[in-house]
Design a protein around this ligand. Structure first.
Ligand SMILES: O=P(O)(O)OC[C@H]1O[C@H](OP(=O)(O)OP(=O)(O)O)[C@H](O)[C@@H]1O
Ligand SMILES: NC(=O)CC[C@H](N)C(=O)O
Ligand code: SF4
Length: 463
């Protein structure tokens, strides 16, 4: 799940984009990039590299760009933090990318997955090992069909794409175009203050940089800003929205609002829903798995009147384990948590977790709690069992990598070394979010792509 951002206005473009990306760092830690439009040279300037956003500031060219930006040389810019879902990890295909084909020159940053990118690449006869480049070429190809009109190209994108996307395009006019796919899987929000236009994946980022009153881009909506006027369009094929429920469970910041629903409140209610399913076990305390497990643990402990103990301490410099590439994931998770021993010795613990996907986190944590002296370790998890892969922007892997793929909760508990695992229900989760429709395909196996089975989608991604 990547983070995307944009700014066009009278302020210091580079500084504002760095700030927005820092506020979106939780959505991608593998690479970061910024593209600005240089008004004097009439060209794009790009600063990009592997790792977190602060690494960008250490690059040789960052100082110059920052000085020139403060002097007002740039007008319009976009940024990206990457968490890979296709192609290679870390620095492989860092966004924003720059597309320069057939007379069109623009930069693109996108959040999501284009599951059929290989098929599209064959069709439009381009070579690409990653979906972002193919998406760029497809927008370019479609724009040519519509006499260079990128908005019209984006309006028709969903007729070709299988997957999910929120995207930002910066043209060399310059103009910023932002869009969410018709299902609205991924978040995107903006704020227009006079002539200052701010865009960020999440509302919390806009609030944190004081961008003023924000709005969310609607599912299927396309917005274009040229520095003076803002125009809104709708994708031709806009249908039922299916926002990603995993944004509420884990991905988004709790201080964000997604489709008008506070992520904090949704997480709190998930904990309340789970509380109704805890019976037949005796516990002395509720212990959250930090960070994301904290708010559901609060909802659960307050509902059951149980003591909440922050007995798992997190090393925040390790980042997020789930979005760490496989080569480093186990090390990150092993070093990320430590236990406050005197708080858990001889205690019966109910560990509250937002999600169990591969089981990496709880494998480490349950054994650490046992070693620290906990007498019982039960696990309450506010999402239902993850059983199916995601093709819309989250690296939820093939069934055989999912711990609950083929196992019942008792077997999952045994694998993790826990006394029991209690999962939320699909109904309880839906009720906690409270929207009329949601994507929950990773729990149900029901994808919103007409006529395509799980097998078809898996084959599409593999080929
Ligand atoms: O079963 P797994 O495959 O380990 O995935 C699930 C875990 O990963 C996430 O934590 P993460 O460390 O990414 O982020 P957080 O600090 O925001 O909780 C999530 O909160 C779970 O703890
Ligand atoms: N998490 C994302 O949105 C990833 C974007 C794109 N699919 C990539 O892998 O680079
Ligand atoms: S399958 Fe799961 S992770 Fe993917 S978009 Fe749907 S709810 Fe989100």
């Amino acid at each position: 799940m990547c983070g995307i951002a944009a700014y066009m206005g009278r302020g210091d473009h580079f500084r504002i984009l760095v700030e927005l990306l820092l506020e979106l760092q939780h959505r991608g830690q593998e690479a970061a990039g910024i593209v600005l439009f240089d008004m004097e040279a009439k060209r794009f300037v790009r600063l990009a590299g592997s790792g977190v956003v602060s690494n960008l500031l250490l690059k040789d060219s960052a100082r110059n760009i920052s000085i020139e930006s403060a002097q007002g040389r740039y007008y319009g810019g976009i940024g990206h933090v990457r968490y890979a879902t296709t192609g290679g990890y870390w620095g492989a295909v860092i966004q924003p990318i720059i597309v320069n084909t057939g007379g069109l020159n623009f930069s693109l940053a996108f959040n999501g997955t284009i599951a059929n990118y290989r098929l599209i690449a064959d069709e439009i006869r381009v070579k690409a090992s990653n979906d972002s480049r193919v998406l760029g070429y497809l927008i370019s190809e479609l724009s040519r069909e519509y006499r260079g009109d990128i908005v019209e190209a984006v309006r028709h994108l969903s007729e070709y794409v299988i997957g999910g996307y929120s995207l930002i395009v910066l043209t060399n006019e310059p103009r910023i175009i932002i869009a969410r796919d018709p299902a609205g899987y991924r978040p995107l929000s903006y704020s227009l203050q006079g002539e200052d236009f701010y865009v960020a994946s999440e509302t919390a980022a806009l609030e944190a940089v004081d961008a003023g009153e924000w709005s969310e881009v609607k599912s299927g909506e396309i917005i274009s800003f040229d520095g003076f006027s803002l125009e809104k369009y709708m994708t031709g094929s806009a249908g039922t929205p299916y926002p990603c429920v995993f944004e509420y469970i884990y991905f988004s910041r709790p201080d964000s609002v997604f489709n008008g629903v506070s992520v904090y409140e949704a997480r709190y209610r998930m904990g309340k829903e789970l509380a109704g399913l805890i019976n037949g076990i005796e516990v002395d305390m509720v212990v959250p798995v930090p960070d994301t497990g904290r708010i559901p643990a609060l909802g659960l402990s307050e509902t059951l009147g149980l003591h909440l103990e922050e007995a798992v301490i997190v090393n925040k410099y390790m980042g997020r384990g789930f979005i760490t590439p496989p080569s480093h994931r186990s090390m990150v998770v092993r070093l990320k948590y430590n236990i406050v021993r005197n708080r858990v010795i001889g205690k019966r613990i109910l560990l509250v977790e937002d999600s169990i996907v591969r089981g990496t986190t709880l494998n480490h944590l349950v054994s650490k709690l046992r070693y620290a002296g906990a007498s019982k370790v039960h696990i309450g998890v506010v999402s239902p069992p993850f059983k199916y892969p995601c093709f819309m922007g989250i690296d939820i892997p093939a069934k055989n990598e999912l711990i609950a793929g083929d196992l019942i909760p008792e077997e999952v508990a045994r694998r993790l070394g826990a006394d029991s695992v209690i999962y939320n229900t699909i109904e309880g989760l839906g009720k906690a979010v409270g929207l009329p429709s949601l994507c929950m395909a990773c729990f149900t196996g029901r994808y919103a792509f007409k006529g395509l089975s799980l097998e078809d989608l898996e084959n599409m991604v593999k080929r």
